[in-house]
Structures are given as structure tokens and as C-alpha cells.
Ligand binder design. Sequence first.
Ligand code: 0X9
Ligand code: ZN
Length: 420
Amino acid sequence: MKSLLLISLLLADALSFVVPRAGQEVDYSGFKALRLKLSEQSEDIEAQIEELAAHVLNPGRSELLDVVVAPENVDAVTALAAESTVITEDVGAAFKEETLATKDEVSVAAVPSETWFTAYHPYADHITFLRDLQSGFTSQSEIITTGTSVQGRTLTGIHIWGSGGKGSKPAVLFHGTVHAREWISTMTVEYMAWQLLTKYSTNSTVKAMVDKFDFYIIPIVNPDGFVYSQTTDRLWRKNRQTVSGNSCVGRDINRNWPYKWEVTGGASTNPCSETYKGQAAGDSPENKGLVAHVNSLRDSKGLTLYIDFHSYGQYILWPYGYNCNVVVDNDAQHRSLATRAASAIRAVSGTRYTIGPACSTLYATTGDSTDYTDAVGQSTYSYTYELRDTGNYGFTLPASQIQPTIRETWEGVVSMVRDA
Ligand code: 0X9
Ligand code: ZN
């Protein structure tokens, strides 16, 4: 156990070394994605791999490490690993399969159609999507804001209510895109809002969901990082906050929540790391806004269900992240809802999810969202979903997989909301 934690800690310290020149986009042509198996007792080797890699895709994994490596470093990296397999031959070529829609394809001021979910979209169009959706259902929704990013973007979401009226029911809260590169999470969270509003009047299951809870849905909680992943570095993860005296940029918003933030072993204190926790608990503006929102839901009708949507890996996880030996009070109920949700997802087209408490099932994290919503937000249920896939495409899931992913995930969410 000790060595597992040690390895987790070391991997969590993975450093991101791709620094684009001003105004230039990082070109990943010829870069390979590799899955590395490391031999035991290899802390030095891990550090060397992290220095050679452009990005670590799964910082914190204890056994297998997914990395993106420039062509000139591939031989050196594979020589350091006990075993290596190529996940993606040409990362730059794989990005082209994603399909980023252009602005011209977006309709103006009409309820968005389902074709929205056939491509990835620029940031500004996501805001337009939310506003257009809301404007079609003004009597049961409103645009909400939950703070401001480092670069001054508003964290924007939608509040949806049913027959009981605005704010009359306990809250269900969904977050997406805390990690900038996890674009499928944006589309998935938007689909939840789109389904709840466009199907309310015709689908009794949806009506029952919306009449039971007030939904608060924020598809992009890390707007600056998301924009940076679209303009400059497709594999960017963190926010865009600077640290004085250090040239590395970004805090991991999912290591910055002010609960057990100070515990060691589940985040990095190195500003260059993919999992940099920040200088103090909750010291990113994005977290400040999200914390205030969670606390206000807690203090009004209470939080029943929180889901933080990420990719990739196909996991449903629940607290705690900060300690593998601390079990949440209602662990059995968390497991029960997750089991049924995973079956509902699998019934759609066979996609298999692994479920379990976050630390023992995946890896340790301190200052992550679900530990906060559970312990401080007092949410009855708190989950992290890691969406498709298991590493074949990773973060750059082709646009052709958006609809299969959101449809199966919807069934998991329907199941959880019914059971909660
Ligand atoms: O590391 C994270 O923040 C999440 N994984 S991701 O690859 N999307 O970055 C996992 C958070 C879940 N919590 C724990 N595993 N403790
Ligand atoms: Zn993530």
C-alpha cells in the first residue's frame, strides 16, 4: 500500500513542458501517445519520463502511465519503461478527427437542435447554446452565473425547475469541463440540460425528474483553460492562473477545493505539474465561485446529487479521494446508485464502467470537488463520472462518438436521479 501511494504521489507530480511560443498553437503532428508500464522501485525513471513527455494524460495513475511524447523523445521514453504500447501513432492526426464546428453553423436565437451534439464547438458558441436553449423555456429556466475566471470570463450555467416553481426542490448540480481538454464532458453536460428542457412536456420520465429537483447545470467551469485548449494547446488541463516568480501556468481546479486541501499525497505543490494544487485552499477564482454556489445550494433547499463530469476511463467514483481508508457514511447507497447507473449505461450499447470509492478505485486526490460537495456541501450523493473511452482516443474522442456517449450517459443520470 505504501509503495502504491508513493508511486501515485510521484505520478501525480507529472510536469507539463509544452510551452508554445506567443500566439502559436502547439503542433502535435508526429507526437505519439504511449501507455507505459513501469517497473517497481523506479522513482528516478518516472521523473525522467515526466521530463521527456509533453503531457501526462492520467496524472496520478499508479500502474500504467499514458503520455504524449514528441517524435525525438519516443525512443528515450520507451527505453525507460518496462513495457510500452502505442495508443496513438500520430496525435496531431487524431485531433483532426474531432471536428470543431465553425461559427457559421450555429443557428441564431432558436432552441438548438440535436445536431448540436454532432460536433465540438468554440467557447463562444457554447454560451450561445445555453442562452438559446434558455430563451425557449423562459418559464422554467434561467441563466445562472457562479463567478469569474482568472481572465474574466463568467462561469455560466442554467437553472431548470418544474411544476413546484423556481427553487422549490432540493438541488441536483452538474459540472463539466473542469479539465480543459475533456471536451466530451462539455457536450454531455449540455445534453443533460437540453434533454430536461426539450423533453419535459412530452416525456413522463423527464417530467418526473424536473418536478422532483431543481437542476443547476454548468457545462464549462474552467472557461479560460477550455479556450486555451481550443486556441493553443489541445492537451491543456488546468486553469490559466500564474504564480509569481514561476513561469509555469495553471492550477488544477480539481485539486483546489477547500476540504482536506492540505493533506499530502493527492496533488502537487509544483506549479509546473498537471495537478498543481495552488498556494492556498480555494485560491483560484473559479473555485471561489463554485464554492459559493455549492454553499448557497446547501443553505437553501440542500443538495441531493452532485456529478462532476470528466473524461476518460469509464468510471463512476464517489468520495473519498483524500484517503483510501476513510469510507463515506452512505457508501452502500452510493454503491447502489452507481451499480444501477452503470447497468443502465451498459444496456444502451455495451459500454462498461468501473465503479467504486475514488481513492481506492482510481487514485488519491486532495481538494477534489466530490470530497467538498460531500463533506462541506452535505450533498446526499457526490459522483465523478469519467466518460469514454478507456484510452484509445482519450481526450480527443472523435465527434462521431459524441452522440453514443451522451445517450448512454443520459441513461446513467436518469437512473441516479430516479434513485436519489
Ligand atoms: O484526477 C482527476 O481530477 C480526475 N481524473 S481526470 O483524469 N479526469 O483528471 C479524477 C477525480 C476523481 N477522484 C479521485 N480519483 N480521487
Ligand atoms: Zn478530469
